[in-house]
Write a protein that binds this ligand. Structure first.
Ligand SMILES: [Ca+2]
Length: 371
């Protein structure tokens, strides 16, 4: 099904080393057709990967931040073991505007704040994986417990979460965890291409910061995307939530909308991250040596993209070894926008070590904040 080797020959040695790493497989696939050379020229000031992770330190929040109802960093809430969660650095985060949207998923009702969509490259194809194992059993036990997830074979237009069947589920706080540990799971597994996307039901104006928590468990050829698209473009695309990374837009098996103009798409996976604005790739970094994903399903990491208002967007990407700080040139679209969260898969079980693996296909999401 795949048209090209995910560890395509155009990448540099550095990228190849990462791409060959198991943890980078999914992102490397998504970007296999892109060259690091393209990217290096696009780095903004300070965007070059540091030799060591940017250390995070604990600093008191500024008065303006402490008075803002922003979410609290999660502390490995789904794990029964003591937290190893690193704090993000409040002092390093420019003060953003008022919080316009916050979904803590501490109650299941937060799922109703979003529209949910499934879009297959080949809907109802017999080759679709019929069922697999998602994280947390039906009693919402620890994340290493499993539940069976049945495929949704047909496309599901944006609508209520109930339309997605088993593909989305909520787990509330366990007795040994704080209330904030409630969070939502999305899960998908196909041998083709598919989107499972969700977006707040409303539009936002003058967005300056988008933050979310997610796990970085090593999975197959899967990654997440966060897309910020202006309202006019969103409507012109009939309200679909399925936006596609540049490296796959010409792929015959791929469906979805292309970002245009000033629409932002942040692609995140266990192996690295990239940013596209419209049809331009402005940032790409697979060279997060030592910060790749793990087998840990319990820990969720804070990710923020912050429009600093000076022509640059700061990416704060928490990983197991610390918080990676990257600067991407550009700014979020002015005026009304939609903010979309995407669970994307392209032949998740293709090739070792995920061939036949049916139990590592779940993203855990929490604390979605739009300011
Ligand atoms: Ca929560």
């Amino acid at each position: 099904m795949s048209p090209s080797d995910p560890t395509g020959s155009t990448v540099t040695n550095s990228s190849r080393r990462i791409a060959l790493n198991v943890g980078a497989l999914c992102v490397a696939f998504a970007l296999g057709a892109l060259t690091i050379a393209m990217v290096r020229s696009g780095f903004g000031d300070g965007a070059d990967p540091p030799s060591t992770p940017v250390a995070t330190t604990v600093a008191p929040p500024s008065p303006s931040q402490s008075s803002t109802p922003q979410s609290t960093p999660v502390s490995s809430p789904t794990s029964s073991s003591p937290t190893t969660q690193l704090p993000h650095n409040p002092s390093a985060t420019p003060v953003a505007g008022e919080v316009q949207f916050l979904a803590t998923f501490d109650t299941a009702e937060d799922l109703d704040l979003f529209e949910w969509e499934v879009r297959h490259g080949a809907p109802n194809d017999p080759s679709l994986v019929a069922s697999w194992q998602g994280d947390h059993d039906h009693n919402c036990g620890p994340p290493d417990t499993l539940r069976e997830v049945q495929q949704v074979r047909d496309d599901v237009p944006p609508g209520p979460v109930e339309n997605l069947g088993d593909l989305v589920w909520w787990c509330g706080p366990r007795p040994d965890a704080p209330t904030s540990s409630g969070h939502v799971m999305t899960s998908m597994d196909v041998t083709g291409y598919v989107h499972l996307d969700f977006s707040p039901k409303r539009r936002f104006t003058d967005v300056q910061r988008v933050c979310w928590d997610q796990n970085f468990t090593q999975v197959g050829r899967k990654w997440t995307q966060v897309t910020i698209v202006d309202e006019a473009q969103f409507q012109a695309n009939d309200g679909t939530l399925a936006y596609v990374v540049l490296g796959l837009q010409a792929d015959v098996a791929v469906v979805g909308a292309r970002t245009q103009g000033e629409a932002w798409l942040i692609n995140n996976g266990a192996g690295g991250s990239e940013v596209q604005i419209g049809q331009e790739l402005v940032y790409q970094d697979f060279d997060t040596g030592g910060l790749l994903g793990s087998q840990d399903k319990s820990r969720r990491y804070r990710n923020c993209a912050i429009d600093r208002g000076d022509g640059e967007v700061r990416l704060e990407l928490e990983r197991s070894g610390g918080t990676v700080i990257r600067i991407a040139p550009g700014s979020f679209p002015d005026g009304p926008v939609r903010v979309i969260f995407q669970d994307v898969t392209y032949d998740g079980p293709k090739g070792p070590p995920f061939e036949g693996v049916l139990e590592q296909n779940t993203w855990h999401w929490d604390n979605i904040e739009i300011s």
